[in-house]
Design a protein around this ligand. Structure first.
Ligand code: F0G
Length: 378
């Protein structure tokens, strides 16, 4: 078998690349789909819950799937610089792929409220970091404006190549389960990722590229494997937002979003219309999770299953657990929750949470007696 070299090489026939395209890749994709053992047993419900651990991508988030495609396209079009607004993960990913390509990454990040790990990545990878006195939504507006005046390619998910790369997560899930799940739960910010997954599932469900004559409603002509209308098994797409940043639940933009899940601290989602279409076509829904629920789910996953994700990612599990318990997600269902980012992205929140939950750190002299006491005392 050929060495795994990344999702563009693997899914070349379903992505907008040519034989002579110079691929900018870091081996992204091919992330584990882990079946939860302990949490479903404790719930006492007959459900199969899988987590798609996207935190194991090269820069620790799902953004790498989109970034390999967006930067590949930018470089092949001759672009010398890319720009994004970011709550952290996009900037880390953009910086890495720009470094790989030898072009300049500019990243606009909100004032404060960006997790330490993400900042570290963007800085060491050589991004020009522009911290604005404003939030993500204001950063996004500035990115769009400045891209009209300066020679930079936008690599936020409004760049259609991003969604093309990200749709491959759905391909991997269907290949591994040999079917689509009944429910796919994701944390939602700009709603690019939920849209990308729906594109991916729709393409997988189309019986063949030739049969799929309807143009995909989202890809703006970039799908080689257009589909979406005619097809079999696709999941209900369920999007969870943080309660302080939940425009989809409110049905209106939120001007001053706030949440501990800083990755999804977004009040003006860029993929607003597409996300509503996904929700309607798939028969899914949007809901919100309180910060406390998100942090509970993050800790539960870490303690019961040994899987460490960042707070925003835990919104998918927090919401799914609630909807399993209240019966909105029926017994017998197969559920996939995307864990969008690695827990190491935000060490400060993790340490604080662990301490508040009675996490034990013993400071003792370097002596046998003291160490023994600490062990026997637990
Ligand atoms: N989870 C994480 C960890 C994220 O970083 C993001 C988005 C999302 C979920 C939401 O995905 O926007 O496609 O609905 N982060 C962006 C960033 C905004 O700048 O890193 P979405």
């Amino acid at each position: 078998r050929p060495r795994y070299t990344g999702l563009i090489d693997k899914y070349r026939d379903r992505l907008p690349v040519h034989d002579d395209t110079r691929v900018i890749g870091l081996g992204e994709g091919n992330t584990p789909l882990i079946r939860l053992n302990n949490i479903p047993a404790e719930l006492g419900r007959d459900v199969d819950i899988y987590v798609k651990y996207e935190g194991l991508n090269p820069t620790g988030s799902f953004k790498d799937r989109g970034m390999t495609m967006a930067v590949t396209q930018a470089v092949n079009e001759g672009s010398k610089a890319i720009i994004c607004a970011s709550t952290g993960n996009t900037s880390a990913s953009a910086a890495a792929y720009a470094a790989r390509a030898g072009i300049t990454p500019f990243v606009i990040i909100p004032d404060g409220k960006i997790a330490m790990g993400k900042m570290a990545q963007a800085m060491i990878e050589g991004a020009v970091v522009i911290q604005i006195q404003g939030n993500f939504d204001e950063g996004m507006r500035l990115v769009k404006e400045v891209a009209n005046e300066a020679p930079v390619t936008i690599v936020n998910s409004i760049n259609p190549y991003r969604l093309q790369g990200q749709k491959t997560a759905a391909f991997e899930i269907v290949e591994e389960l040999e079917r689509a799940p009944d429910y796919h739960c994701l944390p939602v910010g700009n709603a690019g990722n939920i849209t990308a997954h729906w594109i991916g599932y729709s393409e997988m469900a189309a019986s063949s590229p030739k049969d799929a004559t309807d143009a995909c409603s989202f890809c703006q002509g970039h799908c080689k494997f257009a589909g979406g209308a005619s097809v079999g098994n696709r999941p209900k797409m369920v999007g969870y937002q943080a309660a302080g940043s939940a425009p989809f639940l409110r049905g209106a933009y939120v001007d001053d979003p706030d949440t501990v899940a800083t990755a999804i601290r977004i009040g003006h989602p860029q993929s607003w219309d597409m996300a509503w279409t996904v929700s309607q076509e798939s028969g899914g829904w949007f809901d919100e999770c309180a910060d406390a629920e998100i942090l509970d789910a993050q800790s539960l996953l870490a303690r019961r299953e040994g899987i460490f994700c960042e707070p925003a990612s835990a919104a998918s599990l927090a919401g799914a657990l609630r909807d399993i318990q209240n019966g909105r997600i029926e017994d017998g269902s197969t559920i996939v929750c995307t864990l969008t980012g690695h827990g190491l992205k935000d060490p400060d929140t993790a340490i604080q949470q662990a301490e508040e939950r009675g996490g034990r750190m013993h400071r003792v002299p370097a002596e046998l007696g003291a160490v023994k006491e600490a062990i026997l005392g637990n």
